[in-house]
Design a protein around this ligand. Structure first.
Ligand code: PLP
Length: 401
């Protein structure tokens, strides 16, 4: 097996980290081990409490050789000591929140984030006696006020935030959280580790929906949490072994294959998104474009500091969004009118502000004003794929004219 120190660049890590040739056959590609159970030659305990890091594999919910290879690769890419894979990005987010937080604890969380997380923190956590403070985490003063107001266990942010492409300053929030005795978790799905590695910026945990850029091909759902070895032991114990939302080895194998080309794909996603956002900015029917790579993005300076790649996610606004959305769903030739993101295929979806407020976000006052500064009455969220950029522009041109 290679010395991990030889893997300096992110491209080398994406391909080789965590993987090893099969010790029996010498197979170069990682083995897909679907076995649920493993034969042991010595009696072992029946509780996961008896497991240690070098325990042999016993049962696939406790640990699986294919999933373990992906976990090691993710840890290397995120600059973390360790990672735990989960059945989905939501299983990663809920696994982290429910492992760390108990009744009486307080969570400070972004007021705009992935809809499933928004609903989980607003509806489920309070039901379990967890206090949730929802703030605009793009505003450092607001984060600080929330931390000063009351003892907080965890700050949980998303950057860039779904669906409006608003950023949060990971390094500054990590410092604030730590000053006030809280930990920081960052959902970095939109950025991918090619753009931003929150752990290296001071965060304690990073959450990824592997379904998106990591897998990259839109054909496997999965999630991951990364952090210190010690914290990941606790997460594996609760989120994996007890809550049971573990990643299927088959999906791990698919995601391992996708991850090998993550750095290459992110460069191509960024290139296409730059071309498409430039085209949209100059289109007379388009009233606003939000892409961190554009100088016109209100947080472009932060994006330059925090993102080594601007990723492939952008939004745009038009005067009559719902009408254009109807045409988009019926008439686009290349774009798929569909949710999700991070695939080789370009995806577009209309997200009206009023609908999202009544379902997931329920913002009012300054929070709603801040949301509207990025999203107006509604946005087309675009996951720019890997097709020919001119073809993508021509496809959108058709519905915008
Ligand atoms: C998709 C997504 C999730 C949830 O991931 P699943 O794999 O769909 O469960 C969480 N956060 C963000 C930012 C996402 O885009």
């Amino acid at each position: 097996m290679h010395d991990p120190k030889a893997l300096r660049g992110i491209e080398s890590k994406a391909i080789h980290a965590g993987e090893y040739p099969d010790p029996v056959t010498g197979a170069s590609a990682p083995n897909l081990v679907m076995s649920t159970t493993f034969v042991t030659d010595e009696p072992a305990g029946f509780s996961a409490h008896d497991l240690s890091d070098d325990s042999p594999f016993l049962y696939s919910r406790w640990g699986n050789p294919t999933v373990r290879q992906l976990e090691a690769k993710i840890a290397a890419l995120e600059g973390a000591e360790s990672a735990v894979c989960t059945a989905s990005g939501m299983a990663a987010g809920s696994g982290l929140l429910l492992t760390l937080l108990s009744a009486g604890d307080r969570l400070v969380v972004s007021n705009t984030n992935y809809a499933g997380v928004a609903e989980l923190v607003r509806d489920t956590l309070p039901r379990m006696g967890i206090e949730v403070a929802v703030v605009d985490t793009s505003d450092l003063d607001e984060v600080e006020r929330a931390l000063k107001a009351k003892k907080t266990k965890l700050v949980y942010i998303e950057t860039p935030a779904n669906p409006i492409m608003r950023l949060a300053d990971v390094a500054a929030i990590a410092e604030l959280a730590h000053q006030h005795g809280a930990s920081l978790g960052v959902d970095s799905t939109f950025a991918s580790p090619v753009a931003t590695r929150p752990i290296e910026l001071g965060a304690d945990y990073v959450v990824q929906s592997l379904t998106k850029y990591y897998c990259g091909h839109g054909d496997a759902v999965g999630g991951a949490i990364a952090g210190t070895s010690e914290s990941m032991r606790a997460i594996n114990f609760e989120a994996g072994i007890h809550f049971g939302g573990v990643l299927s080895p088959f999906n791990a194998w698919m995601i391992l294959r996708g991850t090998a080309t993550l750095p290459l794909r992110m460069r191509a996603h960024e290139q296409n998104a730059l071309e498409l956002s430039g085209y949209l900015q100059n289109h007379p029917a388009v009233t606003a474009v939000m892409y961190p790579g554009l100088e016109s993005h209100p947080q472009h300076a932060l994006a330059r500091r925090q993102m080594q790649n601007f990723s492939g996610m952008l939004t745009f606004q038009v005067a009559d969004g719902s009408k254009v959305a109807e045409r988009a769903a019926k008439e686009l030739q290349i774009f798929h009118y569909a949710v999700s993101l991070g695939h080789h295929r370009s995806l577009i979806f209309w997200m009206p502000t009023e609908d999202l407020m009544s379902t997931s976000f329920r913002l009012s006052g300054d929070d709603l004003k801040g949301y509207r500064e990025f999203a107006g009455d509604g946005i087309f969220r675009v996951s720019v794929g890997l097709e020919t950029a001119q073809d993508l522009c021509a496809d959108l041109d058709h519905i915008l004219n």
